[in-house]
Design a protein around this ligand. Sequence first.
Ligand SMILES: [Zn+2]
Length: 102
Amino acid sequence: MGTPIRHFTAARADGQVFTVNIERNFQYNPYRDFVVCAHCDWSPSLLTMERITDLAGEHLASAHGADLGLAHHENESFRKGRLIVLPIVAVILIALFVHLRS
Ligand SMILES: [Zn+2]
């Protein structure tokens, strides 16, 4: 449904990696994120970011036995998108500044 913007991953003792995604639906509701497990239908209602980290780790460990090397990564394309937006904002601010001074 949404676009995954963040991933939580943890590995099981046998090396299998499990993932919990944070998804955002840019089209319908860009202000609400969803937490979705990639391996079962676990999808808690969203709380704060710190809470998500705890919850995702807890879920991966208790439901899938993956309690090793919990990590979270930002989605690569989402991160790139933000890197493109920042310089554009900077250019607009500089243009505005130059315009105001002239
Ligand atoms: Zn799960």
